[in-house]
Design a protein. Structure first.
Length: 236
């Protein structure tokens, strides 16, 4: 059994939330196949038809609120509680299932469904269940409300902090990611170059599986609890 110490960075993607009923973008019945993402997940799509974009994210927000954390989310939260070193979850997901499972150190590199953003002044506030483009900003009153989501063509959030964590990590674990979206697809290479051990847990090998030292295949709700169980309980 291993001791839960050291500097651990975990990357999670859509595959960890899929078993909570939240579809991925790239599976056979995913969001790629049901929506033209250039119309609903880009700045250009928002400029063309903000009502359509808000309708898309209002529906996604409702789905996420109705979902529940699964065994993988709960296992990571349990591991964090007994981890005695640095522990960070970096997620590509925009749902809040990690937080609802009890995780505390979570960075949402692609934003959050539960957030609203003023396209004018940059002010952020909690999203209502239904948002519209002409909702006034609480800070500047401009009717330029958008979801606080990183769209295609925009730069992910908190990247400097993420790169620093990766380059200091002893262990990097990617869970449920496709390995096709950068910069996240480069995380394993970057962490390994700095000396971290890298492990991928996935339903199938990602596009960058060769960048990892080890790969385990299976559903997240089985793999993650099994992996967490390998770590011996620490103090407290």
């Amino acid at each position: 059994m291993k001791s839960p110490v050291g500097r651990l960075v975990i990357l999670t993607g859509a595959g960890i939330s899929a078993e909570s009923g939240l579809g991925t973008f790239r599976d056979r019945d995913g969001l790629w196949t049901r929506h033209d993402l250039s119309k609903v997940a880009t700045p250009e799509g928002f400029a063309e038809d903000p009502a359509r974009v808000h309708a898309f994210y209002n529906a996604r927000r409702a789905n996420a609120r109705a979902a529940a954390p699964n065994a993988a989310h709960l296992a990571l939260a349990a591991l964090e509680r007994r981890w005695s070193g640095d522990f960070l979850i970096v997620t590509q997901n925009v749902d809040d299932l990690h937080e609802r499972a009890g995780s505390r150190n979570v960075l949402h590199m692609h934003g959050v469904l539960e957030g609203a953003l003023c396209a004018g002044c940059g002010h952020r506030w909690p999203a209502s269940a239904v948002m519209a483009a002409d909702d006034p900003c609480p800070a500047c009153a401009a009717p330029r409300t958008r979801p606080d989501i990183v769209w295609f063509g925009e730069y992910p959030y908190q990247m400097e902090r993420i790169w620093q964590a990766l380059r200091a990590a002893d262990l990097f674990v990617a869970i449920g990611t496709s390995g096709t979206v950068y910069p996240a697809a480069a995380f394993a290479q970057d962490a390994a170059r700095a000396g971290a051990e890298c492990l991928e847990l996935n339903a199938e090998a990602s596009a960058v599986a060769s960048d990892f030292h080890a790969l385990r295949i299976g559903p997240a709700t089985r793999l993650v609890p099994e992996w967490v169980a390998e770590w011996r309980d620490g103090p407290g």
